[in-house]
Ligand binder design. Structure first.
Ligand SMILES: *Cc1c(COP(=O)(O)O)cnc(C)c1O
Length: 367
């Protein structure tokens, strides 16, 4: 992995000529000079952009697959679901995964004759995939961080003749590598840890299957789900620090999750790196890192809200994977979790300072 990260950082720069800018230029072009027959790589802004190319090459090195970028995680997800499912097909989605993926299925797949079925992430292992065309997997699931065994599940999906798609947003390519377990497509909301600064919406798909890549490229070109040149530049820039940020975040999260577990003001902690996680054994085999996100359960909604508002380094906001630690009660969005369940995303703040702020906040609750 380290080799890939280093290569990613130097890939574009190694191809520069004397006098070229070391930093990636932004190309806000809708149209390009194409005299005569159009043979140039860049012709029109809905089809290509030099910034997308640079970003897709860099992300491709990280993923070890071909990458197509999109203006948000949902745009990437739509670019997999819609071109690959047709009337009469059957799709399986996680009942406990990212809600908006199910909403796309309910709004645009089911009404067009595609059968949509749901399954809990932990039950994928027992699911019969016969008759399905596409199986959507999200592990760890968001927000409950349930985990399923990718190797076993994907083998069963393939035996049934279906495509296996993994939403790898929660752990990122640094934390989990679905292609090692046979995934056909990986989707990522780069809005989270890859973008990482809470200032850009972005997404990508990755695949080693040329047919699936071509479908995603055609989809982007035809429906116009195109990333903005500036946003592509922001994500490209974020890649330079991605591994450093993510390392700090995961290390802090592991340490803090362990300390939370011992703390009397907290009912329970859900984190893949803890032995108490129900699928910790799978996590140990499957994950490269245990991630920066954890679930922390308090006895009540009030205690959870107090914890969030009293911790001086916690931003009360949705989303995760940013440089700043953030938290929210997921029940406020209607997720199937208890009212005191807080999804906590650990940022890059110095670990012990962050811990001290949590300790002060928790001490306030006990009083
Ligand atoms: C945030 C998220 C998405 C959607 O990404 P957007 O950039 O908000 O469109 C999809 N899947 C998962 C698991 C996410 O966390």
């Amino acid at each position: 992995m380290d080799e890939r990260i280093a290569q990613m950082a130097h890939h574009r720069i190694s191809g520069l000529s004397a006098g070229d800018p070391v930093a990636l230029p932004i190309t806000p072009a809708s149209t390009y000079l194409i005299p005569g027959m159009p043979v140039e790589r860049h012709q029109y802004g809905r089809w290509t952009n030099p910034g997308w190319d640079a970003l897709e090459e860099a992300l491709g090195i990280l993923e070890d697959a071909t990458v197509v970028t999109f203006p948000s995680g949902m745009a990437a997800i739509a670019a997999v679901l819609l071109p690959n499912l047709h009337s009469g097909d059957k799709v399986l989605l996680p009942s406990d995964g990212y809600y908006t993926t199910r909403a796309i299925a309910e709004n645009y797949l089911a009404p067009n004759g595609i059968e949509v079925q749901l399954c809990d992430t932990v039950e994928y292992i027992n699911q019969d995939f016969t008759g399905f065309n596409l199986v959507w997997i999200e592990t760890p699931s968001n927000p409950k961080l349930e985990i399923c065994d990718l190797g076993i599940v994907i083998e069963k999906v393939h035996a049934a003749g279906a495509i296996a798609v993994v939403d790898n947003t929660t752990l990122s390519p640094l934390g989990q590598r679905p292609f090692d377990f046979g995934a056909d497509v990986v989707v990522s909301a780069d809005t989270k840890s890859i973008g990482g600064h809470s200032d850009v919406l972005f997404g990508h798909i990755a695949s080693r299957n040329e047919v699936l890549i071509t479908k995603a490229l055609d989809w982007r070109k035809l429906v116009g789900a195109t990333p903005g040149p500036f946003e592509a530049w922001q994500v490209h820039r974020s890649l330079d620090t991605f591994e450093v940020r993510y390392s700090r975040m995961c290390e802090s999260a592991g340490l803090i999750a362990g300390r939370f577990e011992e703390h009397p003001a907290i009912e329970s902690v859900r984190y893949p790196g803890l032995e108490s996680h129900p699928q910790h054994d799978i996590a140990k085999r499957q994950l490269l890192r245990f991630g920066s996100v954890m679930g922390v359960t308090f006895a009540s909604e009030e205690l959870a809200e107090q914890f969030i508002s009293n911790a001086e380094y916690v931003i009360p906001s949705t989303s995760f994977g940013g440089t700043h630690t953030s938290a929210e009660r997921r029940a406020r969005w209607g997720d199937a979790v208890v009212p005191g369940y807080v999804r906590l995303s650990i940022g890059v703040e110095p670990t012990e300072e962050l811990w001290k702020s949590f300790e002060r906040s928790l001490a306030g609750l006990a009083g």
